[in-house]
Design a protein around this ligand. Structure first.
Ligand code: CAA
Length: 258
């Protein structure tokens, strides 16, 4: 498929990257961009050579939010019919891990898109925020839900109801960001993390992601049972046999991804 608003690359073995490429509007997320991101990620998900994904913007912006121009003249009914958030929902179905590499602005839908990824690696100068309140709106792509689950009610109320930006350090301290890296290494830091994950046994990585995400939906009892069943399932894989055998033989394991 020909993409207009994203660029694909493979910066390391087993790693597939999607770059948002609307720099003139700070990578504002219109419907077409979101559907391109989803299409590319679904293709990476189906590609056995890809074991981890990175989503990134450029140095100035990860994404400055949903495209305000696209939204500004739409009625509520048009938005419901157009259903611009369907791609966001479908991204939840991606099985392989996704790292958001954030430099510059991750605001509104940009912050929500980063939170929709599984991990965030942020430049020390990155700025996060949910400024929708300043437009007379609230976050519409999961901000009130995902942020509350990630950092709790009190801080989310502060961020969403004031619309203030917050720094990478605050995001890290709140547990929203996995790693902070020097500004010059914002993308390399994410590639390094993606390489680490891509070098792990692929089925265990996939099951680990699934079990962690289930913790948001299930009671502790059901979540523990889900985890245990998947743990037992992994015991049947070649990689688990190899991992335990290699440990006992004091050598490095060789993963097959099966
Ligand atoms: N949508 C559309 N265009 C946007 C945009 C957005 N979210 N953010 C920036 N742009 C455009 C600007 O209109 C500008 O275009 P022109 O050159 O044609 O005027 C260009 O990007 C550069 O932006 P600025 O000149 O404003 O750059 P700046 O450095 O002075 O300011 C900024 C940067 C603080 C990020 C500012 O652009 C800004 O406040 N952007 C809007 C942020 C925002 O409100 N995001 C939430 C959107 S609503 C949402 O996301 C809903 C949801 O939950 C899904």
């Amino acid at each position: 498929m020909q993409y207009d608003n994203i660029i694909l690359s493979s910066p390391a073995d087993g790693v597939g990257a999607v770059q948002l490429n609307r720099p003139k509007v700070l990578n504002a997320l219109n419907t077409k961009t979101m559907s391109e991101i989803l299409h590319a990620m679904q293709a990476y998900d189906a590609d056995p050579n890809i074991r981890c994904m990175i989503l990134h913007g450029d140095e100035r912006a990860f994404a400055a939010g949903a495209d305000i121009r696209e939204m500004s003249d739409a009625t509520a009914v048009q938005m419901m019919v157009r259903n611009p958030f369907s791609a966001w929902e479908d991204m939840r179905g991606i099985k392989k891990p996704i790292i958001a590499a954030v430099s510059g602005f991750a605001l509104g839908g940009g912050c929500e898109l980063a939170m929709l990824c599984d991990m965030i690696v942020a430049s020390e100068t990155a700025q996060f925020g949910q400024p929708e309140i300043k437009l007379g709106l609230i976050p519409g792509a999961g901000g009130t839900q995902r942020m509350t689950k990630a950092i709790g009610k009190a801080r989310t109320m502060d961020i969403v109801l004031t619309g203030r930006n917050f720094t990478a350090q605050e995001a890290f301290d709140l547990g929203l960001v996995s790693r902070i890296v020097p500004a010059a290494e914002w993308l390399e830091g994410a590639i390094k993390m993606a390489k680490e994950i891509a070098s792990m046994p692929a089925i265990a990585v996939r099951e680990g992601k699934e079990a962690i995400l289930k913790s948001f939906d299930l009671s502790i009892e059901m979540g523990l049972e889900f985890e245990r069943k998947n743990f037992y399932l992994l015991l049947t894989t070649d990689d688990a046999h190899e991992g335990m055998k290699a440990f006992m033989e004091k050598r490095m394991p060789v993963w097959k991804g099966q």
